[in-house]
Design a protein. Structure first.
Lengths: 139, 310
């Protein structure tokens, strides 16, 4: 681990820094698919899917962070994850996420009945967020 | 004489009590101010990150390229409507005030300057849509017959992004559905704990100027321009970033306004406590004088009586 070049990971949200550490490999899911980022790569900008970011600590250990979209910026060996909401796996409140999921499902149902495509899209996004948090907290 | 002694005494004790209250309120405001300032610094990291990326994309002339042609062509590319200058039929004004008084000239300043802004831009009342955040501004503009499209009260003392997000979303949605064609934000900007200045900034549509002013200097000072790989395309990334940028701008304005509200509340309460102390001092002097003259009269009476007896 020591001889591998490392990069710094920063997860920034409007409510402050959620995560800051160094690692040799970070795996994120962009809107195009998964991408692994290692130190000293070319500068990169990519938009994120609502999914998790995995930061490798040690051989098979990963720190996991739930993000609700946003984007990543990599330059000068610093990876900045800029998202409007992000939570570390340990901090996810499973009960709250579960409640959010139920609420979102209600909204999806209502929007489908009312044939409101805008509302449906938004409801689906919040449902995805809740499911994402639940998913990450459960594994 | 003794009646007035009583009177002065009562006024002293009542002023003291008021002074205690204002002193307590000052301490509360100062504590809130500290709290929100801590929060603001962590927000600024986020804001400057977004601004850097936007500035970078702006620097590669993406904004100019996309602006006229594509935004018109592709209607489904609706977030890029944030870049497009529409002919202005209606102007949206987000006016951020507080919910309660006792904040000195904070509210009157915002309202006065907002009216100034409206008249400077030669808008008539019918062209204005007000988005009122804070009860005092909402009441004021409602009474004047302005069109209030959205009203939000009881923003918490240290607003979190999660709390503000629905408001911000609503505002952006109104812009996209063309309720208004440009958006200004009017609030008090926090300079330091004693001063705040009014800011009336255009926020939407996002133009090269209102990103460029602060951001461009930062990148040029670093000396070189990074060349980014982008995934998927620059346009698609802009589509993600621009709404996020607009959200963060509005949230920043609210944080700034709240900071300045706490600061002016703390200043107002401090000067109230100072005034209370002044009044107490002068009343105390008055009281002592009255007491002294009462004693003098009494002595004169006694010596007079003594003299009469002899």
């Amino acid at each position: 681990m020591d001889d591998k070049p490392e990069l710094t990971v920063n997860v920034v949200t409007p409510d402050g820094n959620v995560y800051e550490d160094t690692s040799d490999l970070v795996i994120c899911k962009t809107t195009q698919g998964e991408i692994g980022i290692m130190a000293n790569r070319l500068p990169l900008l990519a938009s994120l899917a609502i999914d998790e970011i995995r930061v490798r600590k040690g051989d098979q250990q990963f720190d996991e962070i739930a993000v609700s979209g946003g984007f990543i910026e990599f330059s000068n060996n610093v990876l900045s994850v800029i998202s409007s909401a992000a939570e570390r796996k340990e901090n996810i409140d499973a009960k709250r996420a579960e409640r959010a999921r139920q609420r979102a499902q209600e909204r999806v149902k209502k929007a489908k009945q009312a044939h409101n495509p805008d509302e449906l899209r938004r409801a689906e996004v919040s449902l995805r967020r809740a499911l994402n948090r639940l998913n990450i907290s459960s594994h | 004489m003794s009646a007035s002694l009583q009177e002065v005494k009562r006024r002293i004790s009542s002023t003291k009590k008021t002074g205690q209250i204002t002193a307590a309120m000052q301490m509360v405001s100062t504590a809130k101010l500290n709290q929100i300032q801590k929060h603001t610094t962590s927000y600024q990291v986020y804001a400057s990150k977004i601004r850097n990326v936007i500035t970078h994309l702006a620097a590669s002339h993406l904004l100019e390229n996309v602006e006229p042609a594509e935004a018109v062509k592709k209607d489904q590319f609706n977030t890029l409507s944030m870049l497009k200058q529409r002919p202005v039929k209606k102007t949206g004004l987000v006016v951020i005030t507080s919910d309660r008084g006792l904040v000195g000239s904070y509210n009157s300043n915002v309202i006065k300057q907002t009216l100034q802004l409206i008249s400077d831009n030669h808008h008539s009342q019918d062209d204005i849509e007000i988005v009122a955040i804070g009860g005092i501004g909402a009441d004021f503009f409602k009474k004047r017959g302005y069109d209030i499209v959205y009203e939000f009260r009881e923003l918490s003392d240290v607003p979190t992004f999660r709390e503000v997000r629905p408001i911000v979303r609503t505002i952006l949605r109104m812009y996209q559905s063309e309720r208004f064609d440009e958006l200004f934000v009017c609030y008090n900007h926090f300079v330091n704990s004693l001063t705040s200045t009014f800011r009336g900034e255009q926020m939407l549509p996002i133009s090269a100027e209102n990103i460029g002013s602060e951001g461009l200097e930062e990148t040029s000072s670093s000396g070189y321009q990074l060349q980014y790989d982008t995934e998927p395309s620059e346009e698609a990334i802009l589509e993600v970033i621009l709404p996020q940028y607009a959200e963060s701008l509005l949230y920043g304005a609210m944080l700034d306004a709240k900071t300045s509200e706490h600061a002016s509340s703390s200043t107002a309460m401090r000067s109230a406590s100072d005034n209370a102390n002044d009044i107490i001092a002068s009343l105390q002097l008055q009281y002592n004088r009255a007491r002294q003259s009462a004693i003098t009269t009494e002595i004169t009476e006694i010596t007079g009586a003594q003299a009469a007896l002899e």
